[in-house]
Every structure is written in C-alpha cells, then in structure tokens.
Design a protein around this ligand. Structure first.
Ligand SMILES: [Zn+2]
Length: 61
C-alpha cells in the first residue's frame, strides 16, 4: 500500500510528512477551528449559565 496522508482541510492526497496540501488550506483550517472553538466556548458558557440559574432557583425558593 502506498504511504500517503490526506490534507485535513480539503482531503486531497499529500506526502506523509505534511498535514495540509498548501499554506492556504492551513490558514483556512485554522480559521474554521477557531470559529468552532468559539462556538464550543459559547455553548459551555450557556450551559454554565443555565445550571447557575437552576441552582439559584433551587436555593432561593
Ligand atoms: Zn488542502
């Protein structure tokens, strides 16, 4: 079997020592990941807020 990897952004075949096929793909992937991480943080923040409100309601009833 031929040894090769796939660009983790666009999926095309690349040499095994590479992660991305091009600098542009790397930038694109980093941007996407940053956005995804922000969404995850927002979700986590909302969950904490909901739990905090729930706990507050339980305590001060
Ligand atoms: Zn690519």
């Amino acid at each position: 079997m031929e040894k090769h990897k796939h660009c983790i952004n666009c999926g095309i075949s690349i040499p095994p020592e590479e992660i991305f096929c091009s600098e542009k793909c790397r930038e694109e992937y980093m941007k996407k990941r940053k956005k995804a991480m922000r969404n995850q943080q927002m979700f986590l923040l909302m969950m904490i807020l909901v739990i905090a409100i729930y706990v507050a309601v339980m305590f001060f009833k």
